[in-house]
Design a protein around this ligand. Structure first.
Ligand SMILES: [Zn+2]
Ligand SMILES: [Zn+2]
Length: 306
């Protein structure tokens, strides 16, 4: 009997060992395939990017200052208005009507007068606040080791690592600056302007007092590339992602193809909740409690919509 049990146990150990070995082998093959595939894709992609970057540098006649200030202004403004164009047309014309069903607060419609008011503030902040801030940061970027005139681009690993660091720095910077702006002694002087919109639309992401635009909209996404001494290419990539992301967050539409903007939309609706971008610090500080309760209640009352 004892011999039987021993051989049974031995057979089980062998089966487990074979299973573990197979899993490890499969993981190693998958990892190896993934790395090779990723490197292959990046090689093809990076040669196109390198030639594009080389064209960009040539366009600015290898002038670092022009490339940083004018190039960044053209890129960020272009991404902002292109990503907002669809939402502006949708809100002003109501076409295509089928997308209106995805509106989070359908009772609020964008009036032309409100749109023009937001347009003026957005243009003011981009031109009269954005350009001076860019001009002030150029020396710091250089001092921290940032390069952008070289035709060589950073490696894929470096780009991915820096994007992750930028996201964390932005979350910390935006969360705490945003919470400070909600301090009762400051709120009415600065941040109240942004909260005129209880149902935001895309361009409202930069509808803000100039002080807020600098400290909550420009510094948090700008700090990561400065601290890391990043290549301008990586900074541009992150700023483009950040602009599209904040446009979606303020769009007022819960479109199935995009990430949900409910988190920040709820901040505009209720004010003293959901201060961050990713929601990590809100969870840590418990400032998303109302939102989580609301989401759970909503799930209970409308189970089919979840
Ligand atoms: Zn907002
Ligand atoms: Zn706020």
């Amino acid at each position: 009997m004892a011999v039987d049990r021993l051989s049974q146990a031995w057979a089980t150990i062998k089966r487990i060992a074979v299973f573990v070995l197979l899993v490890m082998l499969a993981a190693a093959i998958a990892e190896d395939t993934f790395i090779r595939y990723r490197d292959k894709v990046w090689t093809i992609f990076s040669s196109s990017l390198r030639s594009l970057w080389s064209d960009v540098i040539s366009f600015f006649a290898h002038d670092e200052l022009k490339l940083y200030i004018v190039g960044t202004f053209i890129l960020t403004t272009g991404v902002f208005w292109l990503s907002n164009l669809f939402f502006i047309l949708l809100d002003l014309t109501g076409w295509p009507a089928c997308i209106l069903t995805y509106k989070i607060q359908p009772e609020f419609l964008l009036l032309m007068t409100d749109f023009l008011k937001a347009l003026k503030v957005a243009l003011f902040n981009q031109i009269f606040v954005g350009i001076p801030v860019l001009s002030c940061t150029v020396s710091t970027m250089r001092w921290m080791g940032s390069t952008w005139s070289a035709e060589e681009l950073p490696s894929v690993n470096r780009v991915l690592l820096e994007l992750a660091v930028f996201a964390v720095v932005e979350e910390i910077g935006f969360y705490y600056s945003h919470r400070l702006l909600h301090h009762p002694r400051l709120y009415k002087y600065i941040h109240k302007k942004h909260h005129e919109w209880t149902a935001p639309v895309g361009i409202v992401s930069i509808y803000a007092h100039p002080v807020e635009h600098v400290f909550a909209n420009l510094v948090p996404p700008g700090l990561g590339p400065i601290l890391m001494g990043s290549h301008l290419f990586t900074a541009w990539l992150f700023w483009a992602i950040a602009i599209v992301s904040t446009t979606i967050d303020h769009s007022g539409y819960r479109l199935p193809v995009f990430l949900s903007p409910d988190f920040h939309d709820f901040h505009h609706l209720k004010f003293n909740t959901n201060y961050g971008v990713l929601g990590i610090l809100d969870r840590l500080h418990g400032t998303d409690a109302l939102f989580r309760k609301h989401t759970l209640d909503d799930r209970d009352t409308n189970p089919k919509t979840q």
